[in-house]
Design a protein around this ligand. Structure first.
Ligand SMILES: [Zn+2]
Length: 180
């Protein structure tokens, strides 16, 4: 069976609204319309996944966000579209779902004009742009072990730790003690 696409239910739409209200006042002010699409992976007759629901740069990801093109905005009321892997979603509680939605929304930036007003296209829809993640952590444990501090795997994690340490990983102290 190929990938499946379905509408979010009202509870899921409420979470999206909440994430926008709590952390994305720009999107709210711009009245940007964000679509949510639940995606199921492709499966074979035995029920094994043959293609992940969503990929980003070649690897399976939990969710993805894209802008709706100006052409499609002519016949569609949405400005951006978040796709969610419904199998990942099913394992998430509300707090994790909110964090995932917040992540995708963080990519969507509202453009402003010289007067700091929300920039709009001729059709009065808000001008948006997609921002990149602040950081990405991918790599091989084997490479990290072989090269230690020379491996990007370790460098990226270490710089994140040095810069944000306790703020991001308040549990680390406890873990360190337990490991000692
Ligand atoms: Zn991201």
């Amino acid at each position: 069976m190929p990938k499946t696409y379905s509408k979010p239910d009202s509870k899921e739409l409420e979470l999206l609204k909440l994430a926008i209200k709590n952390w994305h006042p720009d999107l709210e002010e711009a009245k940007a319309k964000i679509a949510l699409v639940m995606v199921g992976p492709a499966v074979n007759d035995a029920g094994d996944v043959t293609a992940p629901a969503i990929t980003g740069q070649g690897v399976a990801v939990a969710a993805r966000v894209g802008l709706v093109s100006p052409k499609r905005r002519v016949y569609m009321e949405y400005d951006a579209e978040i796709e969610i892997d419904e199998t990942v979603w099913a394992d998430f509680d509300a707090d994790k779902r909110l964090a995932l939605l917040d992540h995708e929304l963080e990519h969507v930036q509202v453009r402003r004009d010289r007067n700091n007003a929300i920039a709009r296209d001729d059709d009065l829809r808000p001008k948006l742009r997609l921002g990149a993640d602040d950081y990405m952590l991918t790599g091989f444990v084997a490479v990290a072990k072989r090269h230690g501090g020379n491996a990007l795997e370790v460098i990226s994690l270490r710089s994140l730790w040095d810069e944000y340490g306790q703020a991001l990983f308040p549990f680390a102290q406890k873990l360190k003690r337990r490991a000692g």
